[in-house]
Design a binder for this molecule. Structure first.
Ligand SMILES: Nc1nc2c(c(=O)[nH]1)N[C@H]1C(S)=C(S)[C@@H](COP(=O)(O)O)O[C@H]1N2
Ligand SMILES: [Mo]
Length: 333
């Protein structure tokens, strides 16, 4: 995602990051893992070597591959062609692995990330906090395939067949207390495999979240696969979110922690640039980003520009969640 200075990470951090939140975050990081990783990070930031995929990062070795392809749920249809895999798989926002989505960099570096062992911590306002192996979660869930649109806040879009399970099913598995109001999701931190995490302008880990009501909505989906196979790493393996009515940055990738909380989580992009990226982030062509219009989008598959739809075309399913809330609030609140 663009921040005010495109290459702010190349500048001394003090010059690039006016907001005090970075400074306090940086101190926290510097006290711990950040310092140790810093030396390699600075060198790596200038040109990351693209190593071949190692076996533990290869989706062909995924221990759940017998579950694919999952049955398609016919309730979710598209108004546009499915984006070819060689396009969507090489145009990825995943800042842990680099900030240039337009070449193979992100996919190549992400391929080095080991997919196992992988656990998800379930904590906060739940009956019992626990850490569960990803395979135990995936095998407990009813996998299905859904065709979804995806609209990035940067005005590009794609349409893909995700495989996964409704967030609602996971909520039942996690057993939250009735005091839970929000679900907060967090990405792994491992600067050794994710060189982008050596850039302290970003307050890692990547975090975002939804309200309990949003999580219970039929459209809220946890993704484990794409194109009928376990998802390649750059899509956020082994577990990512898909919230097709919201801008793409809400769809946290490579999740290691899911917390049920009573306070609204503050996402990474909201921390970095709160005037531009808010909690609700519902797709709305009538509410421009402060620096560009959201009226249309570029389909990365066809290359065509098409009008952006309110709630990315999913208003029938989700508009009720926001009754009485002004459109402008839905982006910035
Ligand atoms: N952990 C993490 N999750 C993330 C991001 C990221 O940089 N890190 N980028 C977000 C953004 S801005 C978008 S548009 C989508 C991109 O998903 P895709 O690469 O599968 O298209 O992932 C979202 N989830
Ligand atoms: Mo995005």
């Amino acid at each position: 995602m663009l921040i005010r200075r495109r290459r702010s990470w190349e500048l001394p951090e003090g010059a690039a990051t006016p907001e005090s939140v970075y400074l306090s975050r940086r101190h926290l990081l510097g006290a711990g893992v950040g310092l140790a990783a810093g030396a390699t990070g600075l060198a790596a930031g200038l040109g990351w070597p693209a190593e071949a995929a190692t076996a533990p990062g290869d989706p062909a070795n995924d221990p759940t591959k017998d579950l694919y392809p999952a049955k398609r749920n016919p309730a979710f249809t598209l108004d546009r062609p499915v984006t070819p895999e060689d396009i969507s798989g090489n145009y990825n926002n995943f800042y842990e692995f680099g900030s240039d989505r337009r070449n193979y960099q992100v996919a190549d570096i992400a391929a080095r990330m080991p997919r196992r062992p992988w656990t998800v911590k379930i904590d906060g306002l739940v009956e019992k906090e626990r850490e569960v192996g990803i395979d135990d979660i995936i095998r407990a869930m009813p996998l299905e395939e859904r065709l979804y649109r995806h609209r990035c806040v940067e005005a590009w879009s794609m349409a893909v067949p995700w495989t996964g399970f409704p967030v609602r099913e996971f909520i039942a598995f996690a057993k939250p207390l009735s005091s839970a109001k929000f679900i907060r999701m967090e990405t792994f931190v491992n600067p050794e495999v994710a060189p982008g995490q050596n850039r302290f302008v970003y307050p890692w880990p990547y975090v975002d979240g939804v309200t309990m009501a949003e999580g219970m909505n039929d459209l809220a989906f946890f993704v484990t696969g794409i194109y009928g196979k376990p998802a390649p790493n750059q899509f956020g393996a082994p577990l990512r979110l898909a919230l097709p009515w919201k801008y793409g940055f809400k769809s946290v990738k490579s999740i290691v922690r899911i917390s049920f909380v009573d306070k609204r989580p503050v996402g990474l992009w909201e921390q970095v640039q709160g005037r531009e990226y808010g909690f609700w982030a519902n797709v709305n062509p009538a509410v421009p980003h402060p620096r560009w219009s959201q009226a249309s989008e570029r389909d990365i598959g066809t290359g065509e520009r098409r009008p952006t739809l309110i709630y990315n075309g999913y208003g029938e399913q989700v508009a009720g969640l926001y009754a009485g809330m002004a459109a402008s609030e839905q982006l910035f609140m």
